[in-house]
Design a protein around this ligand. Structure first.
Ligand code: HEC
Ligand code: HEC
Length: 621
C-alpha cells in the first residue's frame, strides 16, 4: 500500500501543475492524446511473462512485440527510430528502440528514455548529475538513452548538436538521439515538463511509467517500485526526499546556488576594445549624449535611464515616436548571446548601431554621428582606436552632414568613403558596448541566501522559489541571470500600436543575416567567432518566439514581456498559469511550447514573492 500511495503521490504532484491542460491548447501532433491511466502501471504481474518472441532462449533479430503500440502507460512503445550517436556523442548512429528489446533476458531492465533540450536548465542539471539517478544499485538494471529535442537556442535538434550535449554528462548514456519532433511528448496530452523520463520494460517494451523532472529520490523510488512489480518481488519502502532548509530538494538547491551574482561578462573577441577602460569612458559619454541626435533630444539614456535600472518603466518606449516593444534593462546585456527581444543583433556593438538610425528612436544617421565624433570627440576617439585614427571627413561634398543607407546622398558616396564613415560608426558601437560591459548589479536577497544567510529569504519567498521550480520555470530561467538566452513561444500579449501579434524571432533571423554589421561581417574584429549565427533558426516553431529575459531587477523593471503589456508580476504568473493567451487571441501568435505547465491560482500568487526578491540595482562605472 505504501508503494501504491507513493506512485499516486507522483501523479498527483504532476497533476497540480497539469490541471486543465488535457484539453484546449495547441498540440504538436500527438501520437496518442489519451490521458494515461497510471493505475494500469501498478498492475504488474501479467506483462512480466517472457515474450513468445524468445525462441530456444534466443530472440529473433528484427522482431518487435506485435499488437497495438502507442506512447501511453501500459502500452507497447512504438519501435521509434532515431538519428543519433554512440555513447561518445560524436560517432553517428541510427537506431531504433528494438535495440533494447531483450525478450529472453532472465530479468527485465528498464529502458530510460530521458528527453531534454540543450536550452533547458533542469535538463542540464540532470545530465550533470546522472550518477544520482543511475546509482550503483540501480545502474545494472537501467539502460539510459538521452533524447535531445532542441539546441541551445531552441532550434529543433540535429545530430550535430549531440556533441555539445555529451560533455555535460557525468555518466554517459548508451546512446544519444536527436528527436526534433519531440515524439515522446505524446505520453501526456498536457504538461511535458523537461527532462521527461519514460520508463520501458525491456522484455516487453511496455511503457511502465513516466516522470517530469523528478528528484533523485522520486526517480529511485519509482524505478525500484516498477522493478519490484516486474520481478514480482515485494515493493520496497520509499526513500524520503532530502530537503535543504526544509524546502529545497537536491536539484532545487543546486540550481538556486547556481543563480549567484554574475561576474564579469564573457569575452567578446569581435570587439577589440571590449574591455578597454578608455573605450568604456568614451562609450559612457556617447550613451548619454543627446547631441548625437539631430533634434538634440534623444540618447540611449532616454529609454535606458540609470535611475530606472537602465530601462524606462513604461510599457513601450518613446523616442522620436512610440515603438512597439518594452525597453529591457541593459545592465546585464553584455552577458547575452543575442540582443533585442527577437535576437536580431548578435553582438552588443551591433545592437548599439540600431537605435541611432531608427526613425522612432534616436532618429539620427551614421553620417551625422560621424561628424559629431569629428567635431567633439576626436582626441578621445583617436586615443581609443589607435589602429583607425579618425579620417578627415570635413569635406561635406564627399561626406554630407546627414545620411544612411537608403538616403540618396549616402547611396551616392564612393564605397571607400562609405567604409570610412562605417568604420567610425562601428567604433561608436564598440565604445558604447565597452561601457555597457562595465555595468554590474548589486547582490540581492537570493545572493545573500546563497552566501549562507538562510534568513535572507523569508518563508513566502522560499515557498515561491520552490513553486518556481515545480512549475518548470527553471527550464528556461536558470543560472546567474536566470535566463537561457534562447527563444520561446510563451504567448504574452503584443505591444504593437496596431494590436497585431508580434512575430518575434521568425522575422529577426533574416535581418540578422542581412545586416552589414553582424558578427561575421568585415567590421567584426574576429568574424570566425560569430559561429552561432550559422545555426540561427527561423522555422515555424519560432513564430511568436522571444528571447528569455533575465529575471534580475524584476522588482523595478516592469511592465513586463516584449510588449510591456503585463503590468505586474502577478499578471505574468497568471498568464503562465493559464498557459499563455488563448489560442485564438489576436494579440499573440505561435504555438505554446509543450513544456510550459499550467498551475493553480495559489501557485500563481505564491511565486510572486520570490520574483520580487530578485532585485538588480545597477552599479555603473
Ligand atoms: C526610444 C527608446 C530607446 C532608445 C533611444 C534606445 N533604446 Fe535600447 N532598447 C529599447 C527597446 C524598446 C528595446 C527592445 C527592442 C526590441 O527588442 O526590439 C531596446 C533594446 C536594447 C538592448 C538589448 C537588451 C536586451 O536585453 O536584448 C540594448 C543593449 C540596448 N537597447 C541599448 C541601447 C543603446 C546602446 C542605445 C543607444 C545607442 C539605445 N539602446 C537606445 C529602447 C530604446
Ligand atoms: C520555455 C521557457 C520559459 C519558461 C518555462 C518560463 N519562462 Fe519566463 N520567459 C520566457 C520568455 C521567452 C519570456 C519573454 C516572453 C515575451 O515577452 O514574449 C519570459 C518572460 C518572463 C518574465 C518577464 C520578465 C520581463 O522582464 O519582462 C517573467 C517575470 C518570467 N518570464 C517568469 C517566469 C516564471 C515565474 C516561470 C514559471 C512559471 C517562467 N517564467 C517560465 C521563457 C520561459
Amino acid at each position: 500500500m505504501r508503494s501504491a500511495s507513493l506512485l499516486l503521490g507522483v501523479v498527483v504532484a504532476a497533476a497540480t501543475f497539469a490541471a486543465a491542460a488535457a484539453c484546449g491548447h495547441d498540440d504538436n501532433d500527438p501520437i496518442n492524446p489519451a490521458t494515461p491511466d497510471a493505475s494500469v502501471a501498478t498492475d504488474g504481474g501479467a506483462d512480466a511473462k517472457p515474450s513468445g518472441l524468445c525462441v530456444d532462449g534466443k530472440s529473433r533479430d528484427g522482431d518487435y512485440p506485435a499488437g497495438p503500440t502507442s506512447i501511453t502507460i501500459a502500452k507497447t512503445i512504438p519501435n521509434l527510430a532515431f538519428d543519433g550517436t554512440d555513447a561518445d556523442g560524436t560517432t553517428p548512429r541510427s537506431f531504433s528502440l528494438s535495440s533494447w528489446f531483450e525478450p529472453c533476458a532472465a530479468r527485465s531492465r528498464l529502458l530510460v528514455l530521458r528527453v531534454g533540450a540543450a536550452w533547458c536548465g533542469t535538463c542540464n542539471w540532470h545530465l550533470g548529475n546522472t550518477k544520482l539517478f543511475a546509482t550503483p544499485e540501480l545502474a545494472p538494471r537501467l539502460a539510459l538513452v538521452d533524447v535531445v529535442v532542441g539546441d541551445e537556442d531552441n532550434r529543433p535538434a540535429e545530430v550535430g548538436d549531440l556533441a555539445r550535449v555529451r560533455p555535460r554528462v557525468d555518466v554517459p548514456a548508451e546512446k544519444y538521439a536527436a528527436d526534433p519532433k519531440h515524439r515522446l511528448r505524446a505520453i501526456d496530452a498536457g504538461q511535458v515538463q523537461l527532462p521527461l523520463y519514460v520508463l520501458v520494460d525491456t522484455r516487453t517494451m511496455v511503457i511502465r511509467n513516466y516522470l517530469n523532472d523528478p528528484s533523485p529520490e522520486v526517480f529511485e523510488n519509482t524505478v525500484r517500485d516498477e522493478l519490484a512489480l516486474i520481478d514480482g518481488a515485494a515493493r520496497p519502502a520509499p526513500k524520503p526526499e532530502a530537503l535543504f532548509d526544509g524546502v529545497f530538494n537536491r536539484e532545487m538547491r543546486d540550481m538556486l546556488s547556481a543563480m549567484t551574482l554574475p561576474a564579469a561578462p564573457p569575452p567578446d573577441p569581435t570587439n577589440e576594445v571590449a574591455d578597454s577602460a578608455a573605450a568604456a569612458a568614451l562609450g559612457k559619454q556617447l550613451f548619454f549624449d543627446k547631441q548625437l541626435s539631430p533634434s538634440g533630444n534623444f540618447a540611449c539614456s532616454t529609454c535606458h535611464d540609470k535611475d530606472k535600472l537602465f530601462a524606462d518603466g513604461v510599457p513601450q518606449s518613446t523616442g522620436v515616436s512610440k515603438v512597439d516593444r518594452n525597453s529591457p534593462t541593459v545592465a546585464l546585456a553584455a552577458h547575452q548571446r543575442w540582443q533585442f527581444w527577437d535576437g536580431r543583433a548578435d553582438t552588443l556593438w551591433m545592437q548599439a548601431l540600431g537605435p541611432f538610425e531608427d526613425p522612432k528612436e534616436i532618429g539620427s544617421t551614421r553620417l551625422f554621428v560621424a561628424h559629431q565624433i569629428e567635431s567633439r570627440y576626436k582626441a578621445a576617439y583617436d586615443a581609443v582606436f589607435t589602429k583607425y585614427p579618425l579620417p578627415d571627413i570635413s569635406d561635406t561634398a564627399r561626406f554630407p552632414p546627414q545620411g544612411k543607407p537608403g538616403t540618396p546622398v549616402y547611396d551616392a558616396m564612393s564605397p571607400a568613403d562609405k567604409d570610412a564613415i562605417n568604420r567610425v560608426y562601428v567604433n561608436v558601437g564598440k565604445a558604447i558596448a565597452a561601457y555597457e560591459r562595465a555595468l554590474r548589479v548589486q547582490p540581492n536577497a537570493l545572493d545573500r541566501y546563497n552566501g549562507g544567510d538562510l534568513a535572507a529569504l523569508n518563508a513566502a519567498q522560499k515557498e515561491g522559489a520552490q513553486l518556481f521550480f515545480r512549475a518548470g520555470c527553471a527550464q528556461c530561467h536558470f543560472g546567474p541571470r536566470l535566463t537561457n538566452d534562447a527563444f520561446h513561444v510563451v504567448r504574452f500579449p503584443t505591444g504593437r500600436q496596431d494590436g497585431v501579434a508580434d512575430r518575434g524571432r521568425v522575422d529577426a533571423v533574416a535581418k540578422l543575416l542581412a545586416s552589414e554589421f553582424n558578427s561575421r561581417s568585415k567590421w567584426s574584429d574576429k568574424p570566425e567567432a560569430g559561429d552561432r549565427i550559422l545555426r540561427a533558426y527561423d522555422g515555424p516553431s519560432m513564430l511568436g518566439a522571444f528571447k528569455t529575459p533575465t529575471l534580475r531587477g524584476l522588482d523595478r523593471s516592469g511592465p513586463f514581456g516584449h510588449g510591456g503589456t503585463l503590468a505586474t508580476l502577478l499578471e505574468v504568473t497568471e498568464t503562465y498559469g493559464k498557459g499563455g493567451l488563448d489560442a485564438a487571441d489576436p494579440r499573440t501568435t505561435g504555438a505554446l511550447e509543450s513544456w510550459l505547465t499550467r498551475f493553480d491560482p495559489h501557485a500563481q500568487q505564491a511565486i510572486v514573492p520570490f520574483l520580487s526578491a530578485l532585485s538588480g540595482e545597477v552599479i555603473s562605472p
